[in-house]
Design a protein around this ligand. Sequence first.
Ligand code: NAD
Length: 274
Amino acid sequence: TTVPTIRLNDGNAMPQLGFGVWRVTNEQAESVVAEAVRAGYRSIDTASIYGNEEGVGHAIRAASVSREELFITTKVWNDRQGYDSTLRAFDESLSRLGLDFVDLYLIHWPVAGSEAYRDTWRALVRLRQEGRARSIGVSNFMVEHLQRVIDETGVTPAVNQIELHPRFQQKELRAFHARHGIATESWGPLGQGTLLDDQEITALARKHGRTPAQIILRWHMDCGLIAIPKSVTPSRIRENLDVFGFRLDADDMRVIEGLDRASGRVGPDPAVFG
Ligand code: NAD
């Protein structure tokens, strides 16, 4: 499988489909990430809070593909925000991963009620200048947070990784991203599994002779989104990557568009989370 890439606003290319490892233990991570790389994934999404950077790092170093072919994302957790503490947290992540650079470093959450994300962003700008983070971005940022870091530093995040799936399509934020050249990355792309028995999705799965997960991931691809589904089951890991041999038609896209709900979040609301 050749996964298409998305060109980021800093010129770097990011695989459109990657592998997420939230709730994968450090012990599991090595074998699960190895399985994902064997299946053809080249992009891995971890975070310091996931507690599995070491296991992910072992898999990366043991993989038969070179470091340059892989795209590794990690994130600074909420309690490490601020300029100096972010630089230290980054060093710790790199050493746990056993790497000398990451492809993408993200601010995990804006943290409601705090303005530390502004200094955190300045630290990420420095890490990019040093080349230790090849691209820098944010996660769970709302329009106000994005606007603020752009206004203050003149550096637009390359990526905003946000909860996004057919039941929570984030149209307003995606429109802002499009205006500013920010790539949209979908976390919880399958609604953390809650969308897989949706009637409209299962009907589309029957129509295409595909699985519900494949229909949903194909929708992310057709929307130009980056998606990072998670599974620890080898057959599902492969299934989730096998979405490039079919397309949804305009009717299918309309059906999925109709599943969007204002109340469709499965995860925390960044307006209050922190
Ligand atoms: P997801 O939407 O990827 O759903 C994962 C769950 O769906 C699995 O645990 C499994 O139960 C089920 N599943 C996956 N593939 C399946 C298949 N083919 N058939 C049947 N069931 C299947 O949810 P997620 O793990 O929350 O999100 C993906 C990744 O996004 C995470 O692993 C993590 O890397 C990232 N993430 C980031 C944030 C953030 O705040 N930035 C938050 C949550 C997740």
